[in-house]
Write a new protein. Structure first.
Length: 389
């Protein structure tokens, strides 16, 4: 049963980066149903083995989910809240399943590999859409049914994971991990996502900081790939993408970040009107339909603004407890793993500041993997090299 739970979890993680590419008409993404199978397999494993692994952070996350359930009773859009409750329930099961199933570094690395391989699918579909001229918006490209901004962060998360595997793994598949940072960089240029470019920068910084650990062959390959990127990217990427990305500093210093600052201000106004418990999980868009600035459904584009408006200060405290509880594990990790997960966590925070990722599987994947890797190392499952960075 343990092998079954792990196998289905691996498949689920593999589908995460490209989940929107394959939609089942009338049912949604394939990933959702693989996730349900993973949750059931994990429950079966726990019931048959009698082993229940739980950290206090899981209880904080469960409290967050239960608050979303209760918010149905005061929700301004009960149907939206019901949908979000179902999402949170499955995401909590995923978060917990990672901790239950992955008890040693071997399986943890293979789950990282599943994410990177899935990211290649999303990257390949983006390139296909670029070559076929299928734009999301003018001169911006993404995998099918993906928002370019979301996709840029999905791919950015894979950069530290791939490079960590390139440093730690051997064998015929390692070339995929070695070239992934270049692939992700090129595809994020195609998305022309300004915030996503910051995520890529964090991922590439992890590569630079850990390059001294690489073999001379890997260092040579990295130098060659960097030179290749400098030569090819300016000629292959549409000039409009560079023009949009070049406005990042101006947009941060004096712009509205594509109207995000106005949305955030309106969201905090909603929070001020419902400070304790909010308007109900998943109702941010509905709460702005009556706002004088928008009068239509609008995405929050910020996790903290979304939770503040939807679940009030109680929800914000639970969310901060969840994020803080996971982040507090980072200092006790060995140097390489600490830098790995600090980089991934920072990319996640950038995504959460630009997008409302509280309901995205990638958020709960990152948090679950940090907790699982910390538990495996602290329990003596592995003894990684502790050479200082």
């Amino acid at each position: 049963m343990a092998r079954l739970a792990y196998s289905v979890l691996w498949l689920y993680v593999f589908t995460l980066p490209w989940e929107n590419v394959l939609l089942i008409p009338g049912l949604g993404t394939l990933s959702r149903y693989v996730g349900i199978l993973a949750a059931l397999a994990t429950l079966a494993y726990v019931l048959t083995s009698g082993r229940v692994r739980l950290h206090w952070v899981h209880l904080v996350a469960l409290g967050f989910v239960l608050l979303s359930v209760l918010s149905y009773f005061w929700s301004i859009a009960p149907q939206d809240t019901l949908e979000r409750i179902l999402q949170y329930g499955l995401l909590w099961m995923f978060f917990w399943a990672i901790f239950v199933v992955l008890e040693a570094e071997g399986p943890i690395r293979r789950i990282m590999s599943a994410y990177v391989l899935g990211a290649y699918v999303a990257a390949g579909n983006t390139v296909y859409n670029f070559l076929s001229g299928s734009e999301v918006v003018y001169q911006r490209y993404a995998a099918a049914n993906f928002d370019p901004g979301d996709l840029s962060f999905v791919l950015s998360i894979g950069i530290p994971l791939a490079w960590y595997l390139a440093l730690r793994e051997t064998g015929g598949w390692t070339w995929l991990y070695r070239v992934y940072p270049l692939v992700a960089l090129g595809v994020v240029f195609l998305t022309a996502a300004r915030a996503g470019l910051l995520g890529v920068a964090v991922g590439l910084l992890f590569v630079v900081l850990t390059l001294p650990r690489a073999t001379w062959q890997l260092k040579t390959l990295t130098g060659a790939l960097a030179a290749l990127a400098l030569a090819l990217i300016p000629t292959l990427i549409p000039p409009e993408s560079f023009s949009r990305l070049a406005t990042l500093l101006d947009e941060v210093s004096s712009g509205t970040l594509n109207d995000r600052t106005n949305i955030w201000l309106a969201g905090w106004q909603v929070f001020g009107e419902h400070p304790l418990l909010g308007t109900g999980a998943g109702t941010f868009g509905a709460s702005l339909e009556g706002h004088p600035w928008f009068r239509q459904w609008v995405a929050p584009h910020n996790l903290f603004v979304a939770i503040g408006a939807e679940m009030g200060v109680v929800g914000l405290l639970l969310l901060v407890g969840l994020l803080g509880g996971v982040a507090a594990r980072l200092p006790s990790l060995p140097p390489l793993e600490r830098l790995l997960w600090a980089s991934v966590f920072l990319i996640l925070m950038l995504a959460c500041m630009a997008q409302n990722w509280e309901w995205r599987k990638q958020t709960w994947f990152v948090l679950g993997m940090i907790l699982a890797h910390w538990a495996a190392l602290s329990q003596g499952q592995v003894r990684p090299e502790r050479r200082p960075l």
